[in-house]
Design a protein around this ligand. Structure first.
Ligand code: VG1
Ligand code: CO
Length: 554
């Protein structure tokens, strides 16, 4: 194959966000748009991570992935890459990519040095929706900011990209290797089973036998909703084939390019079918809901766990402040990092932390360097299997709800909610944020305003813009969200999302800590009503954005 050097001009909107570059498919389909970003990434890596290297290319299977994979393969060949590994049909969940980088060894002893992951995660897919791409490093985790900054700089000055145009397209639906005479010698494409490496890793972490006992008990009923994302491919293999769950436990587990027209975000708003099946939403079904329900996002790194007729289990455990209390109690090392999984990777590599979680339904451990939606489900099933070890033939199973209530009784409860204002005018969002920063200069003024809104909330003791210094490499990340910290431990946090593809998304996080065991059973929206009112009025949300209500409450 011959290398073409294609002349190109920069696009000015290719700054990677919280988790890669995400844009409407239409933007990605502009001539040279994808190519510019891929070449800028190759140019940001050290040469030995490209020339002669093995790269993984796959994703959540969303619309445009198949075209993108062929383009990236041809560019990889032209840039001197030796091998490209592709999951069958281009499918690999984000955690599976991380596992493949870390664990998979090719038949010739090769190991991958990185991956292009084609996903926009929880954003919708299809011709009018989002596509995304991000690069993960040798440790299996997302590229750190030093690299993403370099990629962005490259996208602003790029003049040409390399592509082996005459390389034939490879049939990625068929497992097997194809070799070509590449521009730099032998070039190989290896299409492999999307699930087996990941399943092997899960089997080495969890006791599949005891989970299987739980799943085959007639008293335990289970439901998993993949929202038509890539998790479906893993759910069938793991929950049905390995662990013996019934096929009918799986909801929306056939991966689709447009996620069936839905929003593959496993929250209480978008995972409607699961919420209804669990008897939590408005549903007329008379059937007894399953004991345990879970949902994943498009690329299967997020999870929402629901016990029947019960809210918020997954979130109450991993949100940072709930974690503080447990960490303190158990005398564990504790870190608070900015949004995005890349910040955990450094800590894990240095052996400083092993289990991490984000409020956006993301949890995971140091078995890989991404959050992991299926791991989280297996972790919960392990807890249930353990708690019910002696109990499987007894009267009643210990439920998710009981475990969480026990947790609140011991540690107190962090009432928590998030308000998202999606696709707000970008200028207005910036003004709102600037206004909140300015307000922070006088706490007495802030407290006066708050008392005028609602007298029963406590005083703001501290307010700042969160800044993080990585304890491992000393790098500093600024402007990571505006915090108002109250005397009683309550918090208001305002951030601009880094994963949207249009306008700006304002995220408002509201949290209140309740230690008194007699008050931990309230409805969370009701418990938080005063703080919500304070947050909306203090920030002048409606004045700045024109919105009377958020797009999503979760
Ligand atoms: C969101 C979440 C964040 C998560 C990120 C990527 O970022 O809040 O917790 O790490 O998405 O998740 P933001 O900047 O929009 O708040 V995924 O599942 O999109 O890779
Ligand atoms: Co995701």
């Amino acid at each position: 194959a011959e290398v073409s050097r294609v002349q190109t001009t920069p696009f000015n909107d290719q700054k990677p966000g919280t988790s890669g570059l995400r844009k409407k498919v239409k933007i990605f389909k502009q001539p040279n748009y994808l190519e510019n970003f891929v070449q800028s990434t190759f140019n940001a890596l050290s040469a030995n991570k490209v020339r002669g290297a093995t790269l993984v290319v796959s994703g959540d299977g969303r619309y445009f992935s198949k075209d993108a994979i062929q383009i990236i393969i041809k560019m990889a060949a032209a840039n001197g890459v030796r091998r490209v590994w592709v999951g069958q049909n281009g499918l690999l969940s984000t955690p599976a990519v991380s596992a493949v980088i870390r664990e998979r060894i090719g038949s010739d002893g090769s190991k991958a040095s990185g991956a292009f992951i084609l996903t926009a995660s929880h954003n919708p897919g299809g011709p009018n929706e989002d596509f995304g791409i991000k690069y993960n490093m040798e440790n299996g985790g997302p590229a750190p900011e030093a690299i993403t900054d370099k990629i962005y700089e490259n996208t602003k000055t790029i003049k040409e990209y390399l592509i082996a145009e005459d390389l034939p397209n490879v049939d990625i639906s068929v497992i097997g290797k194809t070799s070509f005479a590449g521009p730099e010698g032998q070039f190989e494409i290896d299409v492999f089973d999307s699930a087996s490496d990941y399943v092997k890793l899960m089997k080495s972490i969890f006791d599949f036998q005891s989970i299987q006992k739980l799943l085959s008990s007639p008293k335990f009923t289970f439901c998993y909703d993949a929202l038509h994302g890539v998790a479906g491919a893993y759910a069938k293999r793991i929950f049905v084939e390995e662990l013996g769950a019934k096929e009918s436990s799986l909801l929306n587990c056939v991966p689709k390019e447009d996620f069936g027209g839905g929003h593959p975000d496993p929250n209480l708003t978008y995972a409607k079918e699961l919420v209804a099946r669990m008897g939590l939403g408005k549903s007329n079904s008379q059937d007894e809901p399953p004991e345990f329900g879970a949902a994943a996002d498009g690329d299967a790194d997020r999870n929402m766990i629901l016990g029947k007729r019960f809210f918020g289990v997954a979130r109450s455990m991993p949100t940072s402040a709930a974690l503080d209390v447990v960490a303190k109690h158990l005398n564990l090392k504790f870190f608070e990092v900015p949004t995005g999984w890349k910040f955990f990777g450094n800590l894990m590599d240095a052996g400083l932390c092993s289990v991490c979680g984000e409020e956006s339904f993301g949890t995971g451990s140091d078995h890989i360097r991404e959050k992991d939606g299926i791991w989280a489900v297996l972790a919960w099933l392990s807890i249930l299997a353990y708690k019910n070890k002696e109990n499987l033939s007894g009267e009643k199973l210990v439920s998710v709800e009981e475990i969480v209530r026990q947790h609140w009784a011991t540690y107190g409860r962090h009432y928590y909610t998030r308000y998202d204002y999606e696709n707000v005018d970008a200028g207005a969002a910036k003004e709102l944020m600037a206004y909140l920063v300015k307000l922070q200069s006088s706490l007495s003024e802030v407290n006066k305003i708050i008392k005028g809104i609602c007298s029963d909330v406590s005083n703001v003791a501290n307010a700042d813009e969160f800044e993080y210094k990585d304890p491992v490499d000393g790098s500093i990340s600024k402007h990571q969200g505006i915090r108002y910290l109250f005397e009683d431990g309550s918090r208001l946090v305002f951030r601009l999302s880094g994963t949207g593809s249009e306008g700006a998304t304002i995220r408002l996080y509201i949290e209140q800590y309740e230690k008194d065991p007699s008050k931990t059973g309230r409805d969370s929206q009701e418990a938080l009503a005063s703080l919500v009112e304070v947050a909306l009025k203090l920030s002048k949300m409606q004045e700045f954005t024109g919105r009377t209500a958020p797009t999503v409450i979760t």
